[in-house]
Design a protein. Structure first.
Length: 254
């Protein structure tokens, strides 16, 4: 005679329960617009080996996707490592999150990583700032005033342990064309000059790449500032940039 099914105990009204469940990896997909890269580097190799020996200790945080499957909020590296380790399922916690709450959680969970590229931090700060703004808080990154308009920027800065000014400077990097931003990640262009270069128009940034190749050197902070000023005054041509890059660099912390 088949055993009677045990009646499930209902949670009290208002109680929050987060059950860990195992889910096929095939049902999970990356967060749309996730700025954090998942690299097959030495750290990933170590994670894969750890998962093969011990399994996935910390469950992923995911949310249902209306188009099917589940979107990963936290745990992109663990998901990829589990795939490389040959697992079929992985522990997850499913949360119902709207787009803004999902962005904020995704950014906050990834900003805890030891190594973060400038492009990742720049895009993450921008995404979180916009999400907080959508939730009703006002912001105006073009203003240096301390007051209501910087509420969202204050929140991003406080959570990340950066100053408001630094948050604004990182977000400026999102105005760089991909080729220049890649050079910042690769440390071929220093952070401070890169912030100044972000004020150049896209076509000027493409010309800058030619000027940098011509000079076979990265710009100092003062050189980048001069290009920015020239761009804002009457435009900065390739000839202008080559002239600036050709000059002897002064003692500059860049």
């Amino acid at each position: 005679m088949p055993r009677a099914k045990k009646k499930e105990t209902e949670a009290p009204a208002g109680a929050v329960t987060e059950a860990v469940q195992r889910m096929p990896l095939s049902q999970l997909h990356p967060f749309e617009g996730n700025p954090f890269k998942v690299l097959d580097d030495d750290a990933m190799t170590e994670t894969v080996e750890s998962i093969r020996q011990m399994g996935v200790a910390n469950p992923l945080i995911v949310r249902p996707d209306p188009d099917g499957g589940y979107e990963i909020i936290s745990g992109h590296r663990r998901h990829h490592a589990a795939e490389l380790a040959g697992l079929d399922t992985i522990p997850v916690i499913v949360r119902e999150l709207d787009d803004d709450a999902a962005v904020i959680m995704m950014v906050d969970s990834n900003l805890q990583r030891e190594t973060i590229l400038p492009s990742e931090k720049a895009l993450a700060y921008k995404m979180k700032l916009e999400a907080i703004k959508h939730q009703g808080q006002r912001t105006d990154l073009t203003s240096d005033q301390v007051g209501p308009k910087l509420t969202a920027a204050e929140k991003v800065a406080e959570d990340a342990g950066d100053s408001q000014s630094q948050v604004k400077r990182y977000i400026r990097l999102t105005n760089l064309i991909p080729e220049v931003l890649d050079m910042v990640d690769e440390k071929k262009i220093a952070f401070n000059p890169a912030v100044e270069l972000s004020y150049l128009k896209p076509e000027e940034q493409r010309n800058f790449l030619e000027a940098m190749d011509y000079a076979q050197a990265a710009p100092s902070l003062s050189q980048a500032q001069r290009m920015k000023k020239k761009s804002q005054e009457d435009g900065c041509t390739l000839e202008d940039m080559c002239g600036i890059m050709d000059e002897m660099k002064k003692d500059d912390l860049g």
